[in-house]
Structures are given as C-alpha cells and as structure tokens.
Design a protein around this ligand. Structure first.
Ligand code: GDP
Length: 182
C-alpha cells in the first residue's frame, strides 16, 4: 500500500537515496525535484527531502525522496531513515572505486532495514567525468544483474538519465502497489 493518501495525488511514495558521501545524492534529488545543480557541498547535516509530482500510468504520484544530508559520513543512518520506503537509489561515483566497493555494504543495510519488496536501483553517477572513470559500466551492470537490481548511469551535472532513473523506480513501485491492491 502507499504510505498515505494525498489530496491532489493518487499515491504518496517515500524513496531514499543511499551511498557514500560525495557521490552526488543531493544533486540527483535537486536535479530531479527542482532541476538545479550545486557545485558546492551542502553545509547542513540532517535528513532532507525533495518532492515531485509525477504522472505514471495515468496516476498522479507524489514522490517524497529522502536524502541522508551527510549523515552517512558519521555512520549515523538509523533504521527510521529506511522505514516505509518503497524505493531506494543506491548511488556510487564512477570516478571513485571505493564508492562502488562500498555498495555491497549499503545494499546489506538496505536489505536489513528496508521493506521486503523495496524497488532498488543502482545508480552510477558522474558519467560526465569519463576521463577519470575507475568503474566500468559493465562492472556496475554485472553487479546489478547479480543482485537483481535495476541499473543506470547518470550525470546530475549534465542532467543525463536522472529523470529516467527516478521514473523507472517510481513506475516499478507503482506497479507493485497496484498489483497488491488488485
Ligand atoms: P552527496 O554527498 O552524495 O549528497 O553528494 P553531492 O550531491 O553533495 O555532490 C558531491 C560533489 O559532487 C559536489 O561537488 C557536486 O557538485 C559533485 N557532483 C554531483 N553530481 C555530479 C555529476 O553528475 N557530475 C559531476 N562532475 N559532479 C557531480
């Protein structure tokens, strides 16, 4: 079921972004929700979220996308961050191999605290920095296939595949919910 019913919308979904610090989570959300990009790092600590109303299969969906807002730096993400989330974007930076290696750890945490049938999409961000690439697309894709995740390479900076990545996650969530309510 959807988390809550919203007056103007057919569904309200919660989805979370997770991954190492600096991979681009905040910028992916602001690109998707407000079509904005920030070159500086965010100053605040604490959970933040962005909203976007989006039409999927003739239904109006309000997507509430949660951002760790830096808490992952202190390993301070608690189970409440994941509670009620129907979708998750697991983000790494193609120019920093450690962020890809750590995906396994974030996935473990998601599966431990997250919803059983949570839609998870693996997002390889900063595809515009191909000259500094440390993780090949095939590696990301291979890992996603092995773990039954969706996969997409994005650039929040150049606005490449960002909308598509969110749309894929939201559509999959919608389909799971409508199957359940049949
Ligand atoms: P977060 O800590 O995961 O939320 O990461 P941020 O969204 O704060 O981004 C960290 C840094 O990476 C910032 O300096 C951003 O400007 C930069 N960044 C984010 N996404 C991209 C991208 O797609 N391409 C490039 N070149 N830089 C990016």
């Amino acid at each position: 079921m959807a988390d809550a019913f919203d007056e103007e919308c057919d569904y309200l979904f919660k989805a979370v972004l997770i991954g190492d610090s600096g991979v681009g989570k905040t910028n992916l959300i602001s690109r998707f929700a407000k079509d904005e990009f920030r070159l500086d790092s965010k100053p605040t600590i604490g959970v933040e979220f962005g909203y976007k109303n989006i039409k999927v299969r003739d239904k109006l969906i309000k997507a509430q996308i949660w951002d760790t807002a830096g808490q992952e730096r202190f390993r301070a993400i608690t189970s409440s961050y994941y509670r009620g989330a129907l979708g998750a974007m697991l983000v790494y930076d193609i120019t920093r191999r450690t962020t890809f290696i750590n995906i396994e750890k974030w996935l473990y945490e998601l599966r431990e605290f997250g919803n059983e049938d949570m839609v998870i999409i693996l997002v390889a961000n900063k595809s515009d920095l191909s000259q500094s690439r440390q993780v090949e697309k095939e590696e990301g894709k291979g890992f996603a296939e092995k773990e039954s995740l969706c996969f997409m390479e994005t650039s929040a900076l150049h606005n490449l595949n960002v909308e598509d990545a969110f749309l894929e996650m939201i559509t999959k969530i919608h389909d799971i919910i409508s199957q359940k309510s049949l």
